[in-house]
Design a protein around this ligand. Sequence first.
Ligand code: ARG
Length: 469
Amino acid sequence: MSKDNPSSNPAAKLWGGRFSEATDAFVERFTASVTFDQRMAREDIEGSLAHAQMLAEVGVLTNEEYSKIAAGLKAIAAEIEAGEFPWEVGLEDVHMNIEARLTERIGDTGKKLHTGRSRNDQVATDIRLWLRNRIDLIAAELTRLQGGLVDLAEREADTIMPGFTHLQSAQPVTFGHHLLAWNEMLNRDYERLMDCRKRVNRSPLGAAALAGTTYPINRARTAELLGFEAPTENSLDSVSDRDFAIEFCAFAALLLTHLSRASEELVLWTSSQFDFIDLPDRFCTGSSIMPQKKNPDVPELVRGKTGRVNGHLIALLTLMKSQPLAYNKDNQEDKEPLYDAADTALDCLRAFADMVPALKPKKENMLAAAAKGFSTATDLADYLVRKGVAFRDAHEIVGQSVSFAIAQNKDLAELSLEQLRQFSNVIGEDVFEVLTLEGSVAARDHIGGTAPNQVRAACARARKALEAR
Ligand code: ARG
């Protein structure tokens, strides 16, 4: 059957019994999903094997019928794996392609496979199985990335760089501390992913079309065979809601949002204006016209891909909105956004997991940048407070000192004691300890602070948490 010639015999459709004319050629293509849902072929077969085994266990199929079906499905799986399966658009979707092929291969016994189920619970099962597999791959890649981040953070626990607010130099921090901030974002993404997995991991199989089935099925058994935590509770809900896919896209959108923030920082840091980081050539490309260019394409692309994942989240929310119970064909539109969100998340994580261990910080440049911009001004204010000055007055005194230093084209640490004492006579020789960058970071010595020993302790905790996953 070609794409444009639908079967002239409507009964050739698996549902053709009540039809008296063939499907319109365009409608056939318009309603088909096999071009994309064949990605779930493996899961479809896995679900069918579990369903058939359960039917045999409860006596709906004989053991002989089950053996024939199972052997046929396994042969089809091999055929698909080898790229030799004859996918047909006229058979609409992955489910009917495989079922029709089964009957072709094993004869009439194949027609018994669909007993006690519907494509509605079948597709809901397939998506959950497919997504669960993707979640596990994504979780592993996320963990690999985080492992690399924590290693780098530990190596850079003493490396001083400017910390920013409003992208203006604010206070010195350590590079390790900055990397651990990324790690925290990713920790929450991991938690969200695992939480989403719990709700993905329930079996809708047995909900049938919408109301359940009259056969003595054992839903707990198919759930168990497929590694689901439990069967879903309500048949109408089971075949209709795709909230688990929406949740996954929400996870992916946040993950990409976090990766886009890190990407943006890498793009800034690799620029000649910042020049904080060297990104090895293998993650960059050149320009076809400007020979001097080395562009940070990988982080730029990750930043750009955030847009499509955000789009997929909105697409699925909009798809689900106002759908009456139970299954509606609208839901066929859930797959492409979901597949792409999962593919994009996995690819971007892979890019980052490969890239992070290869980042080469340019420590002198980071240190020099931190020394500019009066980043120890707050330390001077805190020093004055320790000497008995009220914080508001200290703020004023430091403001005047900064203004004076700007006029002298110097940093605070470069002013003489005499010059500093013009603004407050409580200032003594010991002030220069707090005006150093090392002193500034070391003083922020509490949980969550940037002091190098705190960063090392945080790395140890982070590594332990990763190992416990
Ligand atoms: N291809 C369909 C989907 O992706 C499978 C379920 C079709 N069910 C139906 N009653 N038409 O949603």
